[in-house]
Design a protein around this ligand. Structure first.
Ligand SMILES: Nc1ncnc2c1ncn2[C@@H]1O[C@H](COP(=O)(O)OP(=O)(O)OP(=O)(O)O)[C@@H](O)[C@H]1O
Ligand SMILES: [Mg+2]
Length: 354
């Protein structure tokens, strides 16, 4: 595995300030605004207290590897391609001189997009595992601040922490962070959204490690970010054969009755569901089984089928329905889901656009 090239990173006050701060403190009352949705007419955000610390971002060791990722060959090939950029960095950029066509950027940004529960976050963790690196999970709520000027500070802090630890930086709900910049700035909170986007762009350009974005709403990305992402990987809902592999992978060997499960029947009954749904069915199905006694105290196909039926009904009744229902939920439908607006037209033309 090649070393990532060393480039100096400007130290800012945020780095020192980030140490020992309370993450996300005092943020509960103000729900963060999601870009692309109607912005309530609110008073301009107050300036943060002078010297307020940036949020701190904890690095963790990945617990799962690429062996745990059950996806189609096509998806696996895309994930491997993203990794090859890093694994063969020396040959590609020094010996083959790809640096000549892109001399300014040494890091790699990849984008995992697709419906909920399809394994995007798992893949991000597995990628870090493959690189022998820690990962830093960043969620929108952790970097969005109710104080003007603090969100950019938090963005800088997470990149600096990742640089320092050579960690893989994972932005979940990345559409919230990479959303289109606003073309007509009407209030100071709008201005600060644009400043945050600009800071994100510059941090991305100078970072020399691996950044993984994950999203259910890829259409909301600003074009400037799309251009900076080297590899896009679309995670689809699993097909029949992937579902069979998922059912085998997601029931631990220690679960009594595992060997007798009818994987084919379970796969047929879970068409249109994602791996995350299967995990939930296994957990609740096991809870059904664990209170039984004697030989009956084992997970049965019937436990899982019963739970899948409940899950389907709940998916239809709880939360915002996906267009066409769960069975046909695919990435083509993602940007038309209720609650997400299409990016404003023309917003990609604002300052900083390549
Ligand atoms: N392709 C997969 N291979 C193996 N396990 C999976 C897969 N998809 C989902 N799972 C299981 O479901 C859990 C949830 O998946 P994960 O959090 O990676 O989904 P996600 O795509 O990031 O969803 P979201 O868009 O809601 O964040 C995983 O921890 C894993 O146990
Ligand atoms: Mg996720």
């Amino acid at each position: 595995m090649d070393e990532w090239p060393e480039i100096p990173v400007a130290r800012t006050a945020a780095r020192t300030a980030a140490r020992g701060s309370a993450r996300g403190a005092d943020r509960g009352a103000d729900a963060p605004h999601r870009p692309g949705t109607a912005r309530p007419a609110a008073a301009p955000a107050p300036a943060g207290p002078p010297g307020a610390p940036a949020a701190s971002f904890a690095a963790r060791k990945p617990r799962r590897s690429l062996d745990d990722l059950v996806v189609s060959e096509e998806v696996r090939e895309r994930v491997d391609l993203a990794l090859r950029q890093l694994d063969h960095h020396h040959v590609l950029y020094r010996d083959w001189n790809l640096r000549r066509i892109d001399p300014d950027r040494t890091g790699t940004a990849v984008n995992f997009y697709g419906p909920p529960g399809t394994g995007k976050s798992l893949a991000a963790e597995a990628v870090a595992h493959h690189r022998g690196a820690e990962l830093i999970d960043v969620n929108y709520a952790e970097i969005e601040s109710k104080y003007v000027g603090d969100t950019p500070k938090n963005i800088v802090a997470c990149f600096e922490e990742a640089q320092h630890r050579q960690a893989v930086l994972v932005f979940n709900e990345a559409d919230s962070i990479l959303g289109s910049r606003l073309s007509s700035v009407t209030q100071s909170s709008d201005h600060s959204v644009n400043v945050s986007r600009a800071v994100m762009l510059s941090q991305l350009d100078r970072f020399d490690g691996l950044v993984v974005f994950t999203t259910n709403f890829p259409r909301n990305y600003d074009a400037a970010f799309v251009r900076r992402i080297l590899v896009h990987v679309r995670f689809d809902l699993p097909d029949e054969s992937t579902l069979r592999r998922l059912w085998t992978a997601l029931v631990p060997e220690e679960v009594p009755g595992r060997a007798e499960l009818d994987v084919a029947q379970l796969a047929a009954a879970s068409a249109g569901l994602a791996g995350g749904d299967l995990v939930n069915a296994v957990k609740v199905g096991a809870a059904r089984a664990v209170v039984r006694t004697g030989a009956e105290r084992a997970l049965r196909t019937a436990d899982l089928l019963a739970e899948l039926a409940v899950l389907r009904r709940a998916k239809a009744e709880v939360g915002k329905p996906a267009p066409g229902g769960a069975r046909v939920l695919s990435v083509e439908h993602l940007d038309r889901l209720p609650g997400r607006d299409a990016p404003e037209e023309g917003t990609g033309a604002s300052a900083g656009q390549p």
